[in-house]
Design a protein around this ligand. Sequence first.
Ligand code: PDD
Length: 281
Amino acid sequence: RTVYVNGEYLPETEAKISIFDRGFLMADGVYEVTSVLDGKLIDFEGHAVRLQRSLDELDMQSACSKEELLEIHRELVRINEIDEGLIYLQVTRGSDGDRDFVFPDPVTTKPTIVLFTQSKPGLADNPAAQKGAKIISIEDIRWGRRDIKTVQLLYPSMGKMMAKAAGCDDAWLIEDGYVTEGTSNNAYFVKNGKIVTRPLSNNILHGITRKAVLRLAAEAQMEIEERLFTIDEAKEADEAFTTSASAFVMPVVEIDGVALGDGSPGPIAQRLREIYLDESR
Ligand code: PDD
């Protein structure tokens, strides 16, 4: 596979980054994941805007312009012949060639930019979405700026490992008694036809898929309520689902061992998945 590192397209085995890079030493970096369907980027604009916001919030330099980024995304899709899959983009603060808590001088230090593709045939017709996901709930002990898409993914990784150990697919995170989001997705439940999801704040990532799906749901005359909700409410719901660039709309069929509805993907989640995929293609 060909990857992109700081202006160059290289075979993945030849790509090099300094061991002093602050992304590596301090998780001082941000990322985006954009999906590809039929060789086309899904919502590149939304991801580019959120990337810029993450960089601004951390006082980090832009590695390149939006136009250049689009060109790199398209070039990697072309070179690696990606029909269905994902593009991962990461920008880290780089380094002055030593370890220091203090940020290096942005004038003399360039950020490090890396992009690679992940081919995922069957991403749209994912059998996992036909089965639906089983989730567990765990405490949300992440830092308070989850609206910034940083590469600090240790706790989300641990959450997915805890889910796996419990024979489940993913975890939802709970803070002060309320669901924040999934380890790598936004969380929703449906009761009596109404879709409920947590409002945007610093406590959750402002999902690009969330925005598109809520718009599509409103256009389809579905009722939406943005408010805090507990895991117990979700367990008593008719159905539930998550959204993310990597799984689109994923029905949730079980929460902490409690089956939702008849234990199969719900009609609203399935319909939103279809509408979202139809519009994206
Ligand atoms: N994760 N919440 C969290 C914590 C996330 O990491 C993600 C995305 C989302 C959904 O955002 P979007 O719809 O923009 O993908 C919500 C990506 C896919 C990942 O880490 O792989």
